[in-house]
Design a protein around this ligand. Structure first.
Ligand code: GRF
Length: 203
């Protein structure tokens, strides 16, 4: 049980490049939480070097061939238990989280998705936004809850223009710059709110 004197302890889960991870760790001084570990679903994820550069312990938990989603979810929980994590931040984590994982962190898992949800959940949102003729896209930080992929309560969104000359790559780059602003500031607000709730419940 967390006491009021303890900050949230956060695991960041990645699978690849890790540019959001880098943005979060660079802004960590402004976020009232301790980043206790980074877990990657791939041992060659380039983003791992950002964690190491910031001195955050790293763990690799790859999904084994034929492993069920629930068994993988249980293995994924092991490093989080080892580092006493109270919250989870997904930053380009490319595995769907199984129920045992969701049940362990109710309303304590945050994700960023590169579209204005509920528009374009799932894969390839930039290409789909362009094909749909969208003039505006953006990114969404939301809670991860059982049910739909990229569903869950929206914490914050920011809009980004789509220009007629855009392709998926140029739009992705523009949205990614917005993500790097939105994710750290939203996490700061989220964890500050969490600390206030803890103070309130102990008053
Ligand atoms: C980002 O666009 C994020 O919104 C999505 O996956 C991408 C991860 O990029 N969930 P990076 O690994 O943070 O650079």
């Amino acid at each position: 049980m967390m006491t009021t004197t303890e900050r949230p302890r956060v695991a960041i889960l990645i699978s690849g490049r890790g540019s959001n991870l880098a943005a979060i760790l660079e802004a960590a001084h402004a976020i009232p939480a301790t980043f206790a570990c980074v877990v990657s679903s791939r041992d060659d994820a380039p983003g791992l070097h950002h964690a190491r550069a910031h001195g955050v312990p790293t763990y690799i938990v790859e999904r084994a061939r034929g492993e069920t989603r629930d068994d993988y979810a249980r293995r994924l929980l092991e490093p989080l238990a080892e580092t006493a994590c109270t919250h989870v931040v997904l930053a380009g984590f490319m595995q769907i989280l199984g129920d045992p994982f969701l049940a362990a962190y109710p309303r304590r898992i945050v994700n960023i998705h590169p579209s204005l949800l509920p528009a374009f959940p799932g894969l390839d949102p930039h290409r789909r936004a362009i094909e749909a003729g969208a003039h505006v896209s953006g990114c969404t930080v939301h809670l991860v809850e059982p049910g739909e992929i990229d569903g869950g309560r929206v914490l914050a969104q920011v809009e980004v223009p789509v220009f007629s000359e855009d392709d998926a790559d140029t739009l992705e780059a523009r949205v990614l710059r917005a993500e790097h602003e939105l994710y750290p500031t939203t996490l700061a607000t989220f964890f500050e709110g969490f600390a206030q709730e803890e103070r309130g419940s102990s008053a």
